[in-house]
Design a protein around this ligand. Structure first.
Ligand SMILES: [Zn+2]
Length: 511
């Protein structure tokens, strides 16, 4: 049949090559299909939780949590014992770790990090539940659970149209579309929104249909007094509850500045539970939004107090869990670290003095008001640090060597180097922000903050043994604490998009 032995060998080689090619194609397509499924499959055979809590401490990673625990330990034990006092959620039975990088950066913002948690996608900074090209919209877990019959609640200590809460009810190409985001809230079929207010309720030019009026037409009850909010219960229907005390950004005050009469994040969490409680179940997302803002400003005292307030909010869910242990899941995590906060500083080496943070009585933002008032009375030629020393003492506990308390409290005495830093900062503070011309060193010393105030928090924090590397977020991984049905899935080291995937598995939903 074959004309020669050579032809037979050629045919044999050709067959081998074709077979090898087919094998390579099959192998390649198989590995491709495997790679698209990597880490997407989890298994859970337990009962589906009826009540699901997701707490997000914005800007909260290990340093923010542990610094609050060291602060509590110092407060509780004094200098008698070197120990921490754990937070309620850091005692949860399961603690995993997640990575936070987004589609373009190892340092995400709240929008891309929030989208990873809420809808399981990697996107770019500022984008809410949409792909990096801003064309495809993704459904967040909250919407998927609403379709399953759960009531849905969203609580935040910052404005309710801010990036993190928006990731649980909106799909927008930019987090700055505050009006469009708020209109998605007003037109949503969710059940409870509580905490901060709306940044642009009538649009950028104040000429659009009012968000609150639209929400009311859609069946929401709007309440904004303490009395009305505390009266909310499971008969209240669908509710938007806005705190009566709001800052210029429509957020709750920092917890360190909160008056005892004002509502707290824990109060809003408890009222959300009261409104949402029903036999079919609910999903509640609570954001502690100002841990992040405090860390942007490098203010450890404000961060620690907001982390403690966040822990108290989680405790409301733990109390609910104790009454419904066989039906509840609580997850507590962050979205990214902020500030590059570190326990340990070059100036204090192996020692820390967290008791010094206890002298701080107000946030950087409240001290900024004292500075603003001073600027109305003085100018660059007659401003003097000595004028502000009494306010510095009552706000941060820092004192000059001439202060009568200097001998009894030497740890809080400002060194000559620190006094010089404050004098340099005051000079910049007295210049109109638009006229300030920072050199490279000043850019790093002051960021975008009031130079005198940020220098004071830096000095106090450094004296306590706390360091900062940034006025922005960082790429540090985050803890994920879990308690309740399906808690075991949150053990291990995984990506933040896996929080969504694990929740989908436990809740038996898919997109
Ligand atoms: Zn954030």
């Amino acid at each position: 049949m074959f004309k020669s032995k050579k032809a037979l060998v050629s045919l044999f080689l050709a067959v081998i090559m074709i077979a090898a090619t087919i094998f390579m194609v099959i192998t390649a397509s198989a590995s491709q299909s495997v790679s698209t499924q990597t880490n997407t499959q989890y298994s859970y055979n337990g009962p589906t939780p009826k009540y699901v809590f997701l707490f997000i401490g914005d800007g909260m990673s290990y340093p923010q949590i542990n610094s609050a625990e060291i602060y509590l330990g110092k407060k509780y034990y004094g200098n008698n014992k070197n120990d921490i006092r754990m937070l309620g959620f850091s005692k949860f039975p399961v603690a995993g770790t997640c990575t936070t990088y987004d589609a373009e950066s190892f340092v995400p913002d709240s929008a891309s990090a929030g989208s990873s948690i809420s809808s399981g996608i990697k996107t770019i900074n500022a984008v809410i539940n949409m792909d990096p090209s801003k064309k495809i919209k993704y459904k967040p877990i909250s919407e998927m659970l609403k379709e399953k019959g759960y009531k849905i609640g969203i609580v935040s200590s910052v404005s309710i149209d801010h990036a993190t809460p928006a990731c649980f009810y909106a799909k927008q190409p930019s987090r700055n579309n505050y009006y469009e985001i708020a209109m998605e809230l007003a037109n949503s079929n969710f059940d409870f929104f509580g905490g901060g207010g709306f940044k642009l309720p009538k649009g950028k030019n104040n000429d659009q249909p009012d968000v609150i009026e639209t929400a009311k037409k859609n069946g929401f009850t709007y309440v904004n007094t303490k009395q009305e909010i505390l009266a909310l219960n499971s008969e209240s229907g669908r509710v938007i509850a806005v705190n009566p005390a709001l800052d210029k950004d429509k957020a709750l005050p920092y917890d360190i500045d909160r008056s005892k009469d004002d509502l707290s994040l824990a109060d809003f969490t408890r009222k959300a539970i009261d409104v949402l409680y029903n036999s079919k179940g609910f999903f509640l997302m609570v954001e502690g939004g100002k841990i992040d803002w405090a860390c942007h400003a490098n203010d450890a005292g404000a961060s620690i107090h907001d982390t403690l307030a966040f822990d108290k909010a989680v405790n409301e869910a733990v109390e609910f869990y104790n009454a419904h242990p066989k039906e509840t899941l609580i997850i507590v995590t962050g979205d990214h670290e902020c500030g590059g906060m570190t326990i340990g500083f070059a100036g204090t080496a192996y020692e820390t003095f967290f008791d010094k943070i206890g002298f701080q009585t107000k946030s950087y933002l409240e001290f900024d008001k004292i500075v603003a008032d001073y600027k109305t009375k003085k100018n660059s030629s007659n401003a003097a640090l000595e004028d502000l020393l009494p306010a510095i003492k009552t706000s941060f506990g820092l004192i000059s060597s001439k202060d009568p308390d200097a001998a009894s409290n030497p740890g809080m005495v400002l060194t000559d180097y620190e006094i010089q830093r404050l004098r340099d900062a005051l000079k910049q503070t007295m210049i109109d922000p638009k006229e300030r011309k920072y050199n490279d060193a000043e850019k790093i010393m002051y960021g975008g903050y009031e130079p005198l105030t940020v220098t004071l928090t830096h000095i106090l924090n450094n004296k306590a043994g706390i360091g900062w590397t940034s006025y922005s977020h960082t790429g540090l991984p985050l803890p994920v604490f879990a308690k309740g049905l399906g808690q075991e899935l949150f053990d291990g080291y995984y990506d933040n998009t896996d929080i969504f995937k694990k929740l989908c598995t436990i809740m038996k939903v898919s997109r």
